[in-house]
Design a protein around this ligand. Structure first.
Ligand code: FAD
Length: 326
């Protein structure tokens, strides 16, 4: 690992000043679950890391919505009674992340901002597109965990499980940086490689994600379902979150989002349209799940992910409606 300086910021103002003093060469450090690995592999080489764990970690839930500080740990999310009652699709996704140790140290902000797990990107020996190199090694290489949507030219999948339900709930992210503060819709926060090859989000160097807000969800039925190769210490093969706004027994409107299948959390309006106006049954869930994966373009070794994603969507829909799934 390259030598670096450590700044322990007491608050947002200090964190921004510490980042700004090393423009483009400093990085925020939250739980370190992701960043330290990147630094050990020389993929990230900041000259300074700025501790942001002392920043906002409060969680408030009311009838008008919720607000979660980016420094809140995943365990704090999971154990918050109001959050798990009103936003179960979010806390369920957090419960499945990694291991107890990772959930204890990992933060909401770090989870959303974690970099892709693509083994070519993470390996210092591969000079891939995302590191300024000439090609995506997944195209002719080991691509069994890569994208089935998104169109390249880099075929990473987005790693954050929490981003998926956050988009399904219609969350907004507050971002602050040298040019001031702004709020970004969670669905517009993540960027495809075709638009932003070197990064994954609209955050610019030295910007901080400070907190997330969620709209009221007491009338929303939502759930997350994920399929994993290993039950622990791993990322999902596919994950889906579904949020259903009901009109009696029928779906008034739906939001369906898949994760681990594209370089960004992948919202599927085609599946949402299938559900609108229907009651949730095995048949309508199956039809929506098929619509969700209809446009998939698998690579040489990952066509199995189409069926895995279809199953995740179907079971998330049934679970949201309170229908028993396996
Ligand atoms: C074995 C293993 C299994 C895992 N499984 C899963 C899984 O199933 N699902 C899942 O979603 N995650 C999974 N994770 C990822 C884990 O949840 C994240 O690595 C962790 O949440 C990152 O959070 P952190 O607080 O440690 O971030 P850090 O490692 O400190 O930071 C991650 C990145 O975010 C940036 N950053 C941190 N905070 C901010 C901020 N406030 N504003 C702007 N940028 C910021 C950092 O500069 C860095 O680039 C797994 C990790 C491991 C090691």
């Amino acid at each position: 690992m390259k030598a670096f300086a450590y700044v322990n910021a007491a608050n947002e103002r200090e964190a921004l000043a510490a980042l700004d003093a090393q423009r483009g060469r400093a990085l925020p450090l939250a739980g370190g679950m992701d960043l330290v690995g990147l630094m050990k592999n020389y993929v990230a080489q900041p000259v300074r890391v700025v501790n942001v764990k002392n920043l906002d970690k409060t969680i408030t839930v009311s009838v008008t919505g919720a607000r979660i500080g980016a420094a809140a740990t995943l365990v704090e999310l999971i154990e918050h009674p109001g959050l798990s009652k009103t936003y179960p699709a979010l806390t369920h996704a957090a419960e499945e992340v990694g291991t107890p140790q990772i959930r204890n140290a990992g933060t909401l902000g770090g989870n959303i901002m974690q970099r892709p797990r693509c083994w070519y990107f993470r390996n210092e020996e591969f000079d891939c597109l995302k590191k300024g190199g000439p090609r995506c090694f997944a195209v002719d290489g080991e691509n069994q965990y890569h994208a089935i949507f998104g169109g390249g030219p880099c075929h990473i999948v987005h790693p954050s499980s929490l981003a998926v339900p956050l988009i399904a709930y219609g969350a907004r992210f507050r971002v602050v940086g040298a040019s001031g503060e702004r709020e970004v819709d969670a669905g517009e926060f993540f960027e495809l490689p075709a638009d932003n090859l070197m990064g994954e989000t609209v955050l610019r160097p030295n910007d901080l994600l400070t907190h997330v807000t969620l709209p009221a969800a007491s009338a929303v039925k939502a759930a997350t379902y994920e399929v994993r190769f290993k039950q622990s210490h791993d990322w999902p093969l596919a994950i889906a979150s579904v949020a259903l706004t009901m009109d009696g027994a029928r779906v008034k409107s739906a939001r369906v989002v898949m994760g681990a299948v594209a370089p960004v959390p992948w919202r599927v309006p085609a599946a949402e349209q299938v559900l609108a106006g229907k009651t949730i049954t095995e048949a309508s869930a199956t039809e929506a799940a098929s619509a969700a994966v209809a446009g998939a373009t698998p690579m040489s070794q990952n066509s199995y992910k189409v069926q895995v994603a279809r199953t995740a969507v179907k079971r998330a829909i049934l679970r949201a409606a309170g229908i028993q799934t396996v």
